[in-house]
Design a protein around this ligand. Structure first.
Ligand SMILES: *Cc1c(COP(=O)(O)O)cnc(C)c1O
Length: 411
């Protein structure tokens, strides 16, 4: 490809094609090397001084051709329509991206975050970050008045942190509105866009300053790696020395994982289309089922933020949802023991359908009362709908729900 701009869907299919491979490789090779040779002392000096004309690479923690290619694609996916230069950094996990971004951008200051964050992000902000001098105010970011007031009362706040679509109720962040408040107070607005992905939502276009991903999920899509990314205007990455923090905290990704991710990105658009189509059908099926009390999926008009979701999302709502069983804890356990086609596993965004029951699995060690407060009721089931034939997914859920139904007396 020369300089012409092609659609992002087409560019994704070409995601793993190198720009200038010395051997003319069609697919980006895995540059599985720790270090790189310099032609001369002067070449090496220029590289480390970041001067023009030096070697392009010196050491794989600082940069690697396979990883560079992945970062270019991430930048394009989230930043396609941003006029300014957009940059991306790839990480060895989503949490490396989250913690590096927060340490770089909120240091010597405070954070405002939504209460229902991804578990490890919440734990980092509640337990580790305060020991490093970063305190967090937890509040519903969509409550703009409280957000504004908290910012007025706490001039030390540097970062507002939210998730564009979040567990357990698939809550939706009002990105344009929060971005406006953030701008008015001159604080940074960081969002985790893992659930929605740039297929559905591009937060940079809506005023967010940085987008973070666990690439472990939809961006890779095949459940074969742990990875993370952040994307922002290059001027923001530079101003907060985020690349320097990554270099010295060291949470880089490996060339092999970068290559796996490039391979996964080729089918990203196609995968998301199918996740989205299947997600809606499965949500509608669950909503109709007599053993199900409530389904949390932004595409349903029973979702309490359906209107907002409809305004922000143009192409559907992806494949992640949760639902509550009338039969509570026992029904959840019985259903998990009955699923045959769906895979009993945590995580999301893989091509196959994953299901889990937080109360008896991921959150079983949590105090029952705290679990309830976090919205994780005893009968709550998490479902990440895959790209299989939707009849097989629904058929499996149907037989598992049938066998998990409590005695009729309970209704
Ligand atoms: C999985 C996940 C993370 C953490 O990513 P890892 O790749 O597991 O480190 C962060 N945020 C969200 C929303 C996630 O789903």
């Amino acid at each position: 490809m020369k300089n012409k701009k092609y659609s992002i869907e087409s560019e994704m299919v070409h995601a793993d094609q190198p720009e200038n491979d010395p051997f003319g490789a069609h697919v980006m090779p895995i540059y599985q090397t720790s270090t790189f040779k310099f032609d001369s002392v002067e070449d090496g000096r220029k590289f480390f001084a970041q001067e023009e004309g030096g070697g392009s690479h010196g050491y794989s923690r600082l940069g690697n051709p396979t990883v560079d290619r992945l970062e270019q694609v991430f930048a394009k996916m989230e930043g396609e329509n941003i006029a300014e230069d957009v940059g991306a950094l790839a990480f060895g996990s989503g949490m490396a991206a989250v913690s590096t971004a927060l340490l770089a951008m909120a240091n010597q200051g405070a954070v405002i975050a939504q209460p229902g964050l991804y578990g490890c992000t919440g734990q980092f902000l509640k337990e580790e970050a305060p020991e490093l001098g970063i305190d967090t105010h937890f509040l519903d970011l969509n409550d703009l008045e409280t957000l504004d007031q908290t910012l007025q009362e706490n001039p030390d706040v540097k970062v507002i942190y939210g998730e564009t679509m979040a567990n357990p109720t698939m809550s939706i962040l009002n990105i344009p509105a929060v971005a406006e408040v953030a701008k008015a107070h001159n604080v940074l607005f960081l969002v985790d866009n893992t659930f929605a992905t740039p297929y559905h939502l591009r937060p940079l276009e809506m005023g967010a300053d940085m987008v973070i991903h666990s690439t472990t999920k939809y961006l890779n899509g095949h459940g074969t790696l742990i990875g993370g990314a952040l994307v922002a205007k290059q001027s923001v990455i530079d101003e907060y020395n985020v690349a320097l923090f990554r270099k010295n905290l060291g949470g880089v990704t490996s060339p092999f994982d970068a290559w796996l991710n490039l391979n996964g990105l080729k089918t990203f658009t196609l995968r998301m289309q199918q996740h989205t189509k299947n997600g809606m059908k499965v949500a509608q099926f669950l909503e109709e089922h007599e053993a199900v009390k409530k389904v949390f999926y932004p595409g349903l008009d029973t979702h309490d933020q359906h209107e907002l979701a409809d305004k922000l999302f143009e192409k559907g709502y992806g494949g992640v949802m949760s639902f509550e069983l009338k039969g509570g804890y026992e029904a959840g356990v019985a259903m998990m023991d009955q699923v045959d086609f769906c895979t009993l596993a945590v995580s999301l965004g893989t091509v196959d359908t994953l299901i889990q029951h937080p109360a008896s699995m991921t959150h079983s060690v949590m105090d029952a009362e705290i679990r309830q407060q976090a919205g994780i009721t005893d009968g709550l089931v998490r479902l990440a709908v895959g790209i299989e034939n939707v009849d097989d997914i629904i058929g499996d859920l149907e037989q598992a729900l049938e066998k998990s139904k409590p005695e009729p007396a309970m209704y």
